[in-house]
Design a protein around this ligand. Structure first.
Ligand code: 13P
Ligand code: SF4
Length: 303
């Protein structure tokens, strides 16, 4: 804490001076999550809250697609990301040209794109989804077949919860694809009372041995409500650290995996961002319109 304190003070002072707010994803480290953020949440919550921000500047503490989503929803505001190299393996797995090719191959099939994609990809999309609402989004479409891209495992998990035929893409989250059912079963064998809570970016075989699966906010809510004696969060490591202080008596068991992209965001970089107004996120106006529509359709969907 003493090492962080000067950064925390400087960031919180500058935020007021500049009329800026910090939106942080649940995978940010506890110093960012607890000490400088104004709004925290999963991808869906952050997108929804981005539409309500009154401040002129948003500092997005998360990965690039999240900052781009905030920009799409706030074209008139300045959106800064403390490190624009904070990418995402899912976002990098597919391009706008790939989606155009899929649409040529499957004419008339609606395209649902995970929010973990570039604005270029969103611009080719009928409607976005997140891990929190993917099934509802797919169910809302008037078609027996739906393209659900680019996360193959999320699509497989959605396919199990709908009667629609789901077509997908071979994108994976480099963090969640590393978890295996076998390693989780070993934890269960060692302690049969352990609760296993998994993100739907994991392979379906991982969800099969889990007690609950949901978005990062869903996972947090599950732990806060159920307060299990021991829990294994099958996701990014910072999640457990962030909620530990709010659920006394819950023992968080490893393993967890780090997202190297999320971890690019640090307090010194946030301070730089506020001081020098870097790095500003911009979206090509030619794609911003259709990309915004895909995100807004998701936000406006009544679940
Ligand atoms: P959530 O939408 O569940 O917060 O997930 C975002 C993400 O990047 C998970 O890896
Ligand atoms: Fe992308 Fe996976 Fe990192 Fe989430 S955890 S930002 S899906 S690489």
């Amino acid at each position: 804490w003493p090492v962080y304190a000067p950064y925390v003070h400087a960031i919180n002072r500058l935020k007021k001076e500049r009329n800026a707010v910090i939106l942080a994803h649940n995978y940010q480290t506890p110093d960012i999550f607890h000490c400088v953020s104004d709004i925290v949440g999963d991808s869906l919550q952050l997108a929804r809250d981005a539409t309500k921000v009154e401040a002129e500047i948003i500092i997005q503490c998360g990965v690039h697609f999240m900052a781009e989503t905030s920009k799409l929803l706030n074209p008139e505001k300045t959106i800064l990301i403390p490190d624009s190299r904070a990418g995402c393996s899912l976002s990098e797995s597919i391009t706008g040209a790939d989606v155009r090719e899929l649409k040529r191959r499957y004419p008339g099939v609606p395209v649902v794109t995970y929010v973990n994609t570039s604005a270029d990809v969103k611009a080719e999309t009928d409607i976005c989804c997140t891990s929190a609402n993917a099934v509802d989004v797919v169910e809302s479409l008037d078609s027996d077949t739906v393209l659900c891209i680019p996360d193959e495992y999320l699509a497989m998990n959605v396919a199990r919860r709908t009667n629609k035929k789901i077509l997908t893409w071979a994108g994976h989250c480099e963090v969640h694809e590393r978890f295996t059912a076998d390693e989780l079963l070993a934890y269960r064998e060692a302690d049969p009372t352990i609760e296993i809570v998994a993100h739907p970016e994991c392979h379906p075989s991982v969800l099969d041995v889990s007690d609950y699966s949901g978005s990062t906010a869903g996972m947090i809510n599950y732990v806060k409500t159920k307060k299990p004696a021991r829990v294994l969060l099958v996701t990014e490591c910072s999640m457990a650290s962030n909620i530990q202080s709010e659920v006394e008596g819950v023992d968080f068991v490893k393993p967890c995996n780090l997202c190297p992209h999320m971890k690019r965001i640090t307090l010194p970089k946030i301070l730089d961002s506020l001081l020098f107004m870097t790095e500003e996120v911009k979206v090509d106006p030619a794609i911003a319109g259709p990309a915004r529509l895909a995100v807004e359709r998701m936000i406006n969907l009544k679940a």
